[in-house]
Design a protein around this ligand. Sequence first.
Ligand code: HEM
Length: 576
Amino acid sequence: MSFLAMSLVLFFVLPALLLVFVCRAIHLLFFHPLSSIPGPWYAAVSSLWITSHVLRLEQCKTIHALFQTYGPVVRIAPNKVVFCDLGAMKSVYSTWKFDKSDYYKSLLTNDNDHAMTTLPHAQHSIRRKAYASHYTPSNLAKLQPEIGEATGKMIDTLHGLPAHTSLDTLPLFRHLSLDIIVASSYGFQLGAINKWALEAEDHLTMAIGDFPKRGILRSTVPTWAWNLVCKIPNARLKLLCDSDKIMAEFVSTRVYEMRAKLNADKLAPVVAPTIVAPTPSHFLSAFPTFSRSSSRASSPAPSCSSDDSSFSDDTEKSYLLPRLLNYRYPSGETMPETHVISECMGHMVAGTDTTSISLSYFLWELTRRQDILRKLRDEIDAVMPDPGAIPDIKILNGMEYLNAFIKEGLRIYSAAPSLLERVVPVSTSKNFACADGFDLMGYALPPGTIIATQAWSMHRDPAVFQSPETFLPERWLPAYAAGSKEEDAADAESEAARLARMASHMMPFGTGSRICGGVNLAQNIMRIVLVAVLRNFEVEAAPGTDEKSMDMRDSFVMFPAAMECKLIFHPRVPAA
Ligand code: HEM
């Protein structure tokens, strides 16, 4: 660079840039509509600060610390405000149903939208209607054989392992969840768990694991750089780059097969699942008690508090894919195949790692809490005398301690505890008429402001959850406060009100109109897998699996710092 050019940069360009930066910072700090909102000044002037915490995989904890310092409303970036408040949560996600932010576009499948990435509320509700009936309790109750069969294969596989094998439960449960989601979506037994047992590479499961990483990279790295990276001749990298394609190919094949079956009128409306790999075992041989007919469940029925009416449905069972293929948009047109494929891909991605992470943390918690394990065991052993016959879901739904344990697990180890971003709409939008923007707890937020809360903090509000960091399933039992030292609090607030208050703050599956579409399936899987595992095995943490390795990190979903959860499954010695 010539001396003249250097002088120009030093004396004019740099000072000019500095001046622009300072003026912008002054505007953002003192004159911007969000300037009255509490928060660190450096967050108000640039997104760099919060981005650095996102990249360090600790956004949830960082924001939680901000709430503790600044109160329930905090500005975390020039145009982004977060809150931790029940009223605001209901207002944003349920009453006004604000549209989602662009953040969700990083989760596009094959560059196409699915329900989770459809940002506008109105378009989303049309999309959601296409799949919602699949995940009703009554339809899912009919899919118990599929879930039971996949779980049975996993239990058999674990029984077949050499003693003291230490295994990473994240891939284990990822394969299981995928088997279940594939069976529930297509009536097709994938057998991913068998591949896991053989240590064979399963490209589909790897693709699903890679998909979120690919999404983050795709949205941060410029397209030319991404294309260049994908040209590097490395097999693992190629799988990462192609994760979208691998999933799309798998789903497309199922779509064409199903279409052919529908056209040939062989399908209507039940498809018997195709068993890909036979699984000879004591476990499956006992399954007919569970899988063929729920009315034949052999277990002694405990008191069952579930709402039986939600299960009494005489319609035939149906899988997700034929539902989508038969769905008609309000215009009368059927869903284009690209939409069907991306929707199915979205469900595979949304349901696999979330379920696997939850189950892994639940079991890890039990390895260090014999007191909780004992109570769970008592309840499970009573309803499941035969370790190979899982009771009907109605019975599992009525298991008070199991359900309290799962609630507490979802509270502390929420698999998607991060900000669920929405956008304040313009005041002229159809469902929102507020001339001065949105009133968030006394602060006026202009249209376009990104606004969000996170399960991590809603679940740790000390005014709602006593000792929020303590894992305490008993807090979900009606008797807890009455029999504890907190009589004063219990006097002031009835038990029912205390439980309702806690429940209203829970959002492990999101909340409002965009709540997790597979919440009922996820709950069923967690119940079924937990009872099957705990009835059959003692679970121990492998050396190296400890508070440090399991420390939670987040990148929309949460995962252990070590990126693994190694546990040992010892077959339970039958009672003498
Ligand atoms: C423990 C397991 C799971 C957790 C913690 C979880 C959590 C969530 C969360 C937090 C959201 C986003 C809400 C938002 O953006 O506002 C979501 C959306 C979604 N989840 Fe789940 N999920 C789980 C399992 C599943 C399963 C098993 C399926 C289905 C196979 C599924 C399907 C979906 C779908 C389709 C959406 C998009 C909903 C929509 O916008 O219509 N999830 N889930």
